[in-house]
Design a protein around this ligand. Structure first.
Ligand code: SAM
Length: 243
C-alpha cells in the first residue's frame, strides 16, 4: 500500500503557459485542490493561473492565510489548515496544494510543510517546482540576475533596514519582493551602501499577466522622483549595482 501523499504545485508567476507539464498533469487528476488566499472571498491568484486545466469534478477549497503579525494566531491558522488538508489525504483523495511562483520561496506552503513533518509524519510529500517571479521578470527585461562572480541578495520587503545595508554592501544584485510600498524607502540605503547613482533599477507589477507593468530607471532618478506606482502587493524590484 502506498503512503498517503500531498502534492504541492508551484504555479509560476501568472501566465498559465509557464506551468510545467508535471504541474498540469497533477492538477488535471486532482480530487481536491487547496489554494491559499489572504481573506474570505478574495480570489486566489494561484487558482486563477491553473483555471483552464481544472477538471470539472475536482473540488476547490480556499484556505485563508491572514496577513497578520500575531505569531500565535498564525501558528494556530497553519495548524488548522494543515489538519484540513491532511484529513482529505487520509480519506483517500488525490490532494493538491497550490502556490504562486515556486513553493520554496516565501510561500504559505512552507508553513504547511513544517506542520506536516512535525505532526503528520505518515504523509508523503511531492513538491513540483515553479518558475519564480524573479526569473520571469529577468526574462522579460532580458537582464541577468547573476553573472560570473556576482552575488545576489533576495530581500522580502524591507522589514529590517540594518540587514538590508549589509546586503547592499555585499551584493551586486538585489531583488526586492513583497509589498511594493516599501520600495521607495530603500533607495537612500542603496545610495549610501555602494550602489552608484547610475545603477539600473527595474520595477514591475503583475509580471507575466495581462496587467503587467514594467519600468527601468536609474537609482538617482528614483531618488529625485520617488516612484508612485509601487503600491501593489504583486510588485518586484531588481537593483543592479553599476560596475
Ligand atoms: C509571498 S511571495 C511569493 C513568491 C513566489 N513563491 C515566487 O516564487 O515568486 C509574493 C511576492 O512575490 C512577488 N511576486 C510573485 N508573483 C509576482 C508577479 N507575477 N509579479 C510581480 N511580483 C510577483 C511579489 O513581490 C509578491 O509580493
Amino acid at each position: 500500500m502506498t503512503n498517503p501523499k500531498l502534492y504541492c504545485i508551484g504555479c509560476g508567476p501568472g501566465d498559465p503557459d509557464l506551468l510545467t507539464l508535471k504541474a498540469i498533469n497533477i492538477i488535471k487528476n486532482a480530487d481536491i485542490i487547496y489554494t491559499p488566499t489572504a481573506r474570505e472571498g478574495k480570489p486566489s491568484v494561484a487558482l486563477s493561473i491553473v483555471e483552464k486545466f481544472l477538471n470539472k469534478d475536482t473540488v476547490i477549497h480556499q484556505l485563508i492565510f491572514p496577513m497578520i503579525k500575531d505569531f500565535n494566531n498564525l501558528k494556530e491558522n497553519w495548524k488548522n489548515n494543515t489538519i484540513e488538508i491532511t484529513n482529505s489525504i487520509r480519506e483517500g483523495k488525490k490532494t493538491v496544494y497550490l502556490t504562486v511562483g515556486d513553493p520554496s520561496l516565501y510561500s504559505t506552503w512552507i508553513y504547511i510543510y513544517k506542520e506536516i513533518i512535525k505532526e503528520h509524519k505518515d504523509i508523503e510529500v511531492e513538491i513540483v517546482p515553479g518558475i519564480t517571479s524573479i526569473f520571469s521578470f529577468s526574462a522579460e527585461i532580458k537582464t541577468p540576475i547573476g553573472e560570473g562572480e556576482e552575488i545576489i541578495g533576495i530581500i522580502p520587503a524591507c522589514y529590517n533596514l540594518d540587514r538590508l545595508k549589509i546586503a547592499a554592501q555585499c551584493c551586486d544584485t538585489l531583488v526586492f519582493l513583497k509589498d511594493g510600498r516599501h520600495f521607495n524607502n530603500v533607495i537612500e540605503i542603496l545610495m549610501n551602501s555602494g550602489f552608484p547613482e547610475d545603477s539600473d533599477i527595474f520595477i514591475a507589477q503583475d509580471v507575466s499577466t495581462n496587467s503587467e507593468a514594467l519600468q527601468k530607471r536609474k537609482l538617482s532618478e528614483i531618488s529625485r522622483n520617488p516612484n508612485e506606482n509601487n503600491d501593489k502587493y504583486f510588485s518586484i524590484m531588481i537593483a543592479k549595482k553599476k560596475k
